[in-house]
Design a protein around this ligand. Structure first.
Ligand SMILES: *Cc1c(COP(=O)(O)O)cnc(C)c1O
Length: 217
């Protein structure tokens, strides 16, 4: 547990998979964590963080940005279209682009503001009703639609169903990305990031294994 332990495990997983050292970006998922835990990781020099709610991120990251340089903050949770402009101002990357309405809103605001975060398209690999994401069968068409809008699509993202073998979902996401000429793969969390790295993850999202359990109480 802890940042340096996770960094060591990432390095080993990269090596085991014959991947270049540093080819995997660690997104430290700081949602719900108390600020002192986040500051401890900031003070260790880590600069890439993930949040799943726009409001929560708005309450802490502007302050941290004023105190720490070179921060990269990623939105890994759902995006409502009425929060798109706010999200584009707060985040360096958005991992939850999953429908034409959002893609069009991002494209319009990017035109107006002259800048756009790096984007990942979320794929609902488990085809779960309650989960966000474009269906696997609709992914090629949606990637093409985003490209037509000139959006900077970095890759694909998935959150496997809790009760299924994650590797099957990581492999599916990798296949969908490869066939669309995308090399960014946002996949893998505390419990399964090594498997994700073996299957090509470029961005892993790790929360509790770095910061400890989240206290929702
Ligand atoms: C919370 C969250 C994570 C991190 O989960 P851990 O199990 O704490 O590593 C990763 N991805 C998404 C989308 C999340 O919401």
């Amino acid at each position: 547990m802890g940042l340096t332990d996770i960094q060591d495990r990432i390095a080993k997983a990269e090596k085991d998979a014959d991947r270049a050292p540093g080819s995997v970006q660690l997104i430290a998922v700081s949602k719900v964590q108390p600020n002192d835990r986040v500051e401890a990781v900031l003070d260790l020099g880590h600069r890439i963080y993930g949040e799943n709610k726009v409001q929560e991120a708005a309450g802490k990251w502007p302050d941290f940005r004023a105190r720490y340089d070179r921060l990269s903050v990623h939105l890994i949770g759902p995006l409502q279209s009425n929060k798109t402009r706010q999200a584009m101002g707060l985040f360096d990357a958005i991992h939850s682009v999953d429908r034409p309405k959002i893609a069009k809103a991002i494209a319009r605001i990017a035109q107006e503001e002259g800048h756009c975060p790096e984007l990942f398209i979320q794929v609902n690999t488990g085809e779960e009703d309650q989960k966000a994401g474009v269906l696997p069968a609709d992914t090629d068409a949606f990637v093409a639609e985003c490209r037509d809008l000139d959006l900077p699509v970095r890759g694909l993202m998935c959150i496997p169903p809790v009760d299924e073998t994650p590797s099957l979902h990581f492999a599916l996401l990798a296949k969908l990305a490869a066939r669309n000429g995308l090399d960014g793969l946002s996949m893998g969390m505390s419990a399964d990031f090594e498997e994700a790295i073996a299957l090509g993850a470029t961005h892993i999202r790790v929360g509790s294994a770095i910061f400890g359990e989240r206290d929702y109480g």
